[in-house]
Design a protein around this ligand. Structure first.
Ligand code: V0V
Length: 140
């Protein structure tokens, strides 16, 4: 099942400007920046409190015009694009959710931030919210 809120994803037109804004305005710390070619994003994890327990805001900028984030920005403008939950076993969680009748976007999980495994519930099956499931990489 779900363990906690992993991050809230916010679509932004300019990643560096957004990082600067979140640091100066909210005092958040940028703990990770990564480009994900498959997802068409450059993303930054902004840690909310002094530890990772406080959760993160993930800033998401588009790498190309046909990407999910570019489409979202065109349609809705900047703002919350997704809510992501940490799961211990993404395969089991996806199987359970599929059984409960919601559409998962991918047949098998794809690679997300920091070598995590990710999948999504279609927003039309979750009350208008794009729900992401994140199984973090096992830290050794
Ligand atoms: C679209 N819709 C949304 C939405 N995106 N509603 C809420 N939140 C969103 N983010 C609505 C849209 O307004 C339409 O509603 C309807 O869904 C259109 O659905 P569609 O035609 O099936 O699909 P698209 O082309 O609009 O694409 C939506 C989906 C796409 C969710 C299928 O964005 C996608 O594949 N997302 C998953 C990948 C992703 O988001 N990657 C970027 C983050 P009406 O007008 O019909 O009512 S990457 C990431 O999070 C990483 C790397 C990480 O966390 O580690």
């Amino acid at each position: 099942g779900l363990l906690r809120i992993d991050h809230v994803g916010v679509a932004v037109p300019d990643l560096d400007e957004a990082i600067d804004f979140y640091q100066r305005t909210f005092g958040m710390t940028c703990v990770h920046v990564e480009e994900n070619e498959e997802q068409g994003v450059r993303e930054a994890m902004m840690q909310v409190g002094p530890t990772r327990e406080g959760g993160c805001v993930q800033l998401l900028a588009a790498l190309r015009p046909d990407s999910a984030i570019a489409k979202f920005l065109d349609r809705s403008g900047p703002g919350v694009q997704q809510v992501a939950y940490t799961v211990a076993d993404i395969d089991a969680t996806c199987a359970a959710l599929a059984e409960r009748g919601v559409r998962l976007l991918y047949e098998a999980p794809k690679t997300g931030t920091a070598h995590s495994r990710i999948n999504f519930v279609h927003p039309k099956d979750a009350g208008g919210v794009l729900v992401e499931l994140v199984e973090p990489a096992k830290s050794s």
